[in-house]
Design a protein around this ligand. Structure first.
Ligand code: AMP
Length: 409
């Protein structure tokens, strides 16, 4: 996959190639498209993963469409724990930004170097500041820098910043930054202190990690052919015939997750639901309860599909099919983690068997559709729609359907 397939402007092709960046690394593949969509992201990534380019390129991409200016205003702020890292990041901006019509003005604000010179450079105007928190705060307190136009905040090696005691300085900086901004947080680990900080930064973080698709040695993928109305009874049957104690079930939407959790609760299962309508506090509580085995069956929407690292999930069930292959891979990746075994079960109904065939094709897997006695599907498969597949998220309107009918008549 080339870099420009991620949505980046082709102006980066030349500097990328010149620096030997022929293909994006896994973290770049995951972060760049989301960052270009202006999402808030927590990326669990180690040094050496290529994390720098995964935020530098989207920021430069955004800068490339800025109107011509005489004196630039500060639009992106990158905070790093060390001077060395700040310098490296600033170099990456200059390296990849060289082909922009207005190459970005990047200033490093780091301790141990002349304060006066750094203030002078800031006063001249800059697009990007790469800074260590302490020195930036010092300049801010002198009233020598304005953060009011910052659109993107990056915390690079955030866990290290926290462990080095920068939390207070970070909080002071967060106070003066505009609240409408994009937040990109890169961290090698996610200790509780980081979680607290992350919560003060954004409530809508998407999780991204370097993890790859689980390997088949550890994960058994199964699929059951079942009629839609029989999925609940089949799931109850599977849960009672297996000795699973920790099962994550994916549902298509929040309402479905709530409804089925209520039904299973009535049937005596130790269960609840997890989705985006819950407050952050409820989400944290629910996840803690699931992690600590106080809840053994969790019905969740796709917000639980990405990044969640819960140890010991024995089985992931796709009660409803995921919309995309990516989502399928993320969902099943919640089990069989860190060398442990796990199972994924997908319910395939006559209505969605064609969609499932497509997911399998894209994952390059070929599962046998199993049937369980007493739950066999009796409905014929829905015929595959002819012509072009509808765009994801775009249903035909009544007018479209009428127009089609008129054409056929
Ligand atoms: P980082 O994790 O961002 O510090 O990057 C680690 C090293 O990998 C740096 O030397 C980068 O220049 C290099 N690097 C990052 N992304 C790529 C890529 N897509 N292709 C080749 N080298 C890369």
């Amino acid at each position: 996959m080339p870099f420009n397939a991620l949505g980046l402007s082709p102006i980066f092709n030349a500097p990328l190639l010149k620096n030997g960046f022929t293909h994006p690394t896994p973290i770049q593949r995951k972060v760049i498209p989301l960052a270009l969509e202006n999402k808030d992201i927590i990326a669990l990534a180690q040094t050496g993963s290529g994390k720098t380019a995964s935020f530098v390129l989207p920021i430069l991409h955004a800068l490339s469409s800025e109107p011509a200016r005489k004196k630039p205003t500060l639009k992106a702020l990158v905070l790093t724990p060390t001077r060395e890292l700040a310098v490296q990041v600033a170099e990456a901006f200059s390296l990849f930004g060289s082909t922009l019509a207005q190459p970005p003005r990047v200033v490093s604000i780091i301790g141990g170097e002349g304060l006066g010179e750094q203030m002078r450079l800031v006063q001249q105007g800059c697009d990007v500041v790469v800074a260590t928190p302490g020195r930036l705060l010092e300049i801010l307190q002198k009233g020598q820098i304005s953060l009011h136009h910052v659109k993107t905040l990056v915390l690079d090696e955030a866990d290290k910043m926290v462990s080095l005691g920068f939390t207070e300085a970070l909080e002071s900086l967060l106070h003066v930054l505009p609240s409408a901004r994009q937040n990109l947080l890169f961290s090698a680990s996610y200790p509780p202190s980081m979680q607290t900080l992350a919560r003060t930064i954004s409530e809508t973080f998407l999780w991204v990690s370097e993890e790859s698709t689980p390997t088949v040695e550890h994960l058994i993928q199964r699929a059951f052919k079942v009629d839609a109305h029989n999925r609940g009874p089949l799931l109850r049957h599977l849960l009672t015939t297996h000795a699973w104690k920790h099962v994550l079930v994916f549902m298509a939407n929040k309402r479905a997750a709530d409804n089925i959790a209520a039904k299973f609760y009535k049937h005596g299962f130790n269960t609840t639901s997890f989705h985006g309508n819950l407050s952050q506090e409820e989400r944290t509580k629910t996840l803690e309860a699931f992690k600590n085995h106080k809840v053994s069956l969790l019905f969740a929407t796709d917000i639980a599909a990405r990044g969640l690292d819960i140890k010991g999930i024995e089985c992931v069930v796709n009660f409803d099919l995921p919309r995309s292959t990516e989502d399928y891979i993320h969902r099943i990746g919640r089990t069989a983690r860190a060398g442990h075994g796990g199972e994924s079960i997908t319910f395939v109904t006559p209505e969605n068997h064609a969609h499932f065939a497509l997911i399998q094709k894209r994952c390059q897997t070929a599962m046998v559709l199993e049937s369980i006695s007493g739950f066999e599907s009796t409905t014929p498969n829905a015929s595959q729609p002819k012509g072009q597949a509808p765009l994801k998220g775009k249903r035909k309107s009544k007018k479209d359907k009428l127009r089609e009918k008129a054409k056929e008549a």
